[in-house]
Ligand binder design. Structure first.
Ligand SMILES: Cc1cc2nc3c(=O)[nH]c(=O)nc-3n(C[C@H](O)[C@H](O)[C@H](O)COP(=O)(O)OP(=O)(O)OC[C@H]3O[C@@H](n4cnc5c(N)ncnc54)[C@H](O)[C@@H]3O)c2cc1C
Length: 421
């Protein structure tokens, strides 16, 4: 059985290593699969081309900070090599267990999107395996680049990539936590700290009212010259931990976090503690026995306050409560056809999978679409075709390119089938 990070939907699939197939595409419809960290159905299909063995670091110029690697290399493995030599990935997501190919396919964003943009901004070129056409080199600005970065694997398999990294004087982060009681205060704090490189907020939305409190965390890479990377080994999930997860216990967990987060504090922590706190628990998603649903959306700056207000009102009228909620301000959108970020605010909320939650998400979709926003495809398994088309108007460019290159029947995922791409 194969599934994404959210466990549902799951399905039978043939998992084949992409490495031996490198110059030919399988007969059956297939899609690339990296580390399986997308939540929904993006990396599910009849045949999954696993990049697990496609993980070589081919070249690294430690003077210029350019790196060439295979697409199955994880961000953790990459940072282990580059950071001690003074170079960091410009864009780092909330887990280090993501492959470079997956980062390109979702055009991922980090806590510094307002300064650095999305992952594709670091891509110098990529080599793409196309069914029936072999490997082609793709460079920024070309239609295949605009389609591939953010294109959820639907243009073929990224085989190799060249990346431009940023200089880094440390593998530690100087951070501070700034408490806030509501979204207005959070926005004011975020404006005040707009020049800080990294910024992300935790919100407690677990109560009956819309928001019980939160905190903005901001950070900068330290300059102490300590560039050694040390990952702590992940702790196993305690036995039966999943049986203790319920609305009540998660409200108590949020109470504890609120008590901790509502005090201003500052300090210096490892890269791992700042960027990847959830990685400390091995496969924490198993806490959600019946499946994990994340709703991540972005709404444009000019309507973000109204849109998020409406969405939280809708949430307050439901019986569902998110167990974990994370807010970020985003910078300008790029030109990639299906890239998620846009100038505005993004909110990601984790829920246990339940029928009432799925219904709630449909109402969220209407609010998000009405305000010109969109849902993040890397976290999605349920968006309707109509909503997708409203949220991603450039879908037509991708559909036309797939049709003209003969990809529509060969490079196929459950996501592409669901969204009629
Ligand atoms: C705990 C956690 C935190 C996260 N935090 C963030 C975050 O902060 N920001 C953010 O933007 N995302 C975040 N994500 C989402 C994650 O970064 C994306 O889903 C990413 O695509 C996962 O990469 P993967 O290697 O696991 O790919 P998979 O999940 O295996 O696949 C995801 C997509 O990438 C495609 N793909 C994978 N490899 C290739 C390849 N070689 N060539 C072509 N297509 C390929 C697949 O076909 C699929 O469409 C997070 C996910 C988790 C679980």
């Amino acid at each position: 059985m194969c599934a994404g990070w959210g466990f549902r939907p799951g399905r039978q699939a043939a998992l084949v290593e992409a490495q031996p197939l490198i110059d030919r595409w399988p007969e059956a419809p297939a899609i690339a699969r990296g580390a399986g960290r997308a939540y929904g159905d993006a990396a599910l299909s009849d045949t999954l081309l696993s990049t697990r063995q496609l993980d070589a670091l081919i070249a690294f110029d430690s003077k210029a900070g350019t790196l060439v690697c295979e697409a199955g290399l994880s961000l953790a493995e990459l940072l282990e090599v580059t950071l001690p030599r003074g170079w960091i990935l410009p864009v780092i997501p909330g887990t280090r267990f993501v492959s470079v190919g997956g980062a390109i396919a979702a055009d991922i964003h980090g806590k510094n999107h307002h300064h650095q943009g999305a992952f594709s901004s670091a891509v110098v070129w990529l080599d793409l395996l196309l069914p029936g056409q072999g490997i082609v080199r793709v460079e920024p600005g070309e239609p295949l680049f605009l389609a591939t970065c953010g294109g959820m694997g639907l243009t073929g398999l990224v085989v190799r990539v060249a990346l431009q990294l940023l200089p880094a004087a440390s593998a530690e982060v100087d951070w501070q936590r700034l408490p806030c009681s509501d979204l207005e205060q959070l926005r004011a704090l975020s404006d005040k700290h707009a020049s800080d490189t990294y910024s992300v907020a935790w919100l407690d939305l677990s109560g009956k009212q819309a928001m019980r409190g939160g905190s903005l965390g901001v950070g900068e890479l330290a300059d102490d010259g300590n560039t050694q990377v040390k990952w702590q080994s992940s702790l196993p999930l305690p036995p039966l931990a999943d049986w203790f997860v319920s609305d009540t216990t998660m409200r108590l967990a949020n109470d504890f976090l609120r008590w901790r987060e509502m005090r201003h504090s500052r300090g210096r922590v490892s890269l791992e503690a700042f960027f990847f706190p959830l990685d400390r628990i091995n496969r924490w998603n198993r806490l959600y026995r019946r499946g994990l649903l994340q709703y991540q959306f972005v709404v444009p700056e000019n309507s973000s306050s109204v849109a998020i207000g409406e969405l939280l009102d809708r949430l307050a009228r439901s019986s569902a409560r998110p167990y974990l909620s994370v807010w970020k301000r985003m910078g300008a959108a790029n030109d990639n056809w299906l890239s998620f970020p846009m100038a505005g605010e993004t909110l990601a909320m984790d829920f246990p999978r339940r029928p009432d939650v799925l219904k709630l998400f449909n109402d969220f979709d209407s609010i998000v679409a009405e305000h010109g926003g969109r849902v993040y495809l890397a976290k999605d398994a349920r968006l309707s075709v109509d909503m997708f088309r409203a949220m991603y108007p450039n879908w037509t460019s991708l559909a036309e390119l797939r049709e003209s290159m003969g990809l529509a029947g060969t490079v196929v995922s459950d996501l592409s089938t669901r969204l009629q791409l």
